[in-house]
Design a protein around this ligand. Structure first.
Ligand code: FES
Length: 341
């Protein structure tokens, strides 16, 4: 049996089967509700139930406190409808963004290139074979099935949406990781991979506002897709990308980033090393990338912020950006949780 879920104040509605969560139903139908972990751990999908009943048995008491349940809040990734449901969305939702999603689909692909960029980061280029193209927004991610298992791992596309026949991914190699082992241990050109997607709401806001980006590690992937998209659009927006790495051996695509500074009319790339090695010839910024943002930026009022990397970096960057006058509603982020066990 299906129930109707209505998103207020816009009146956007979609069906939800009784055995799927409200978040699953929204993703399936391309409705862009906010989420992170998809399993009750992060609280990103918390929303106010305005009318109707939901089953919250699976919601963790950590991400949804008892007093929040009593106030009618729910984690949409853990909420099963027991009736038609109306949800009152936060003020910073926009109807156009809500409707801008693309329903995810199953995809088959073949490896075209697999290359180590650093000691622990690989670049994979996949050609889609079925279907041969798919639509996504710069900043979104796909899930890749670990061959021979039922496990899926999430990776952001590094290519812009115009390259609709392929998927480029940055894969962080984690010691003992399931997919890491597969990539570093023998993934070959021509190998088949199953994917599904696109997922996520990390995407550019349509505006002319100047942009500040903060990324770390493989978090460069979605940001790189955004930069490629801006370049193809002929955008004249001012963009500054702060990129955090531990030492010089963790940097990559420096020539490509240099070329991007010439391709975009107003783009600055600011790499920062938190622990430069003794042999590093480095005259750039040193310190945590978020400290570098704090040091180098005056007011950020009127800008948009796009953040991608480990959770600690994102939380610190949000604090810095807010402290510099950037409104929360203009900050988009994607937290990369480094699990591949
Ligand atoms: Fe993380 Fe729902 S998406 S708690």
């Amino acid at each position: 049996m299906a129930y109707e879920i209505t998103l207020l104040p816009f009146g956007v509605s979609f069906d939800c089967e009784e055995e799927e969560t409200i978040l699953e139903a929204s993703i399936r139908q391309g409705i862009q509700l906010r989420y992170g972990c998809k399993h009750g751990g992060c609280g990103s999908c918390k929303a106010q139930i305005a009318d109707g009943e939901v089953d919250l048995e699976e919601a963790s008491s950590f991400a949804l406190m008892d007093y929040e349940r009593d106030r009618g809040l729910a984690l949409l990734c853990s909420a099963y409808p027991l009736s038609d449901v109306a949800i009152e969305l936060d003020d910073d939702y926009e109807e156009s963004a809500l409707r801008s999603g693309v329903p995810p689909r199953d995809l088959e692909a073949r490896v075209v290139a697999a290359q180590a960029l650093t000691h622990d980061l690989w670049h994979l280029e996949l050609a889609l074979t079925d279907p041969t193209t798919f639509a996504f927004r710069a900043g979104q991610y796909v899930e890749v099935r670990v061959p021979g298992t039922d496990a899926w791992r999430a990776f952001s596309m590094a290519n812009p949406p115009s390259a609709a026949d392929r998927v480029e991914l940055l894969v962080k190699i984690l010691p003992g990781g399931l997919f890491s082992r597969h990539v570093a241990g023998g993934l070959s050109v021509g190998d088949a991979l199953s994917l599904r997607g696109p997922y996520g709401q990390f995407a550019l806001i349509e505006s002319e506002a100047p942009i500040v980006m903060v990324a770390g590690g493989s978090g460069l992937a979605p940001v790189w897709a955004m930069l490629g998209h801006l370049r193809e659009e002929g955008s004249r927006r001012a963009v500054t990308l702060f990129y955090g790495a531990r030492s010089a051996r963790d940097l990559f695509w420096l020539d490509e980033l240099d070329a991007m500074t010439r391709a975009l009319p107003d783009f600055r790339f600011v790499p920062a090393l938190s622990e430069p090695g003794s042999g590093d010839e480095w005259d750039g910024e040193v310190g945590l990338v978020t400290d570098v943002v704090a040091r180098r930026c005056e007011s950020l009022r009127g800008r948009e912020g796009y953040l991608c990397g480990p959770p600690g970096m994102i939380d610190a960057a949000i604090d810095v950006l807010r402290g510099k006058g950037l409104f929360s509603s203009r900050i988009r982020y994607d937290k990369f949780v480094g699990t591949d066990s």
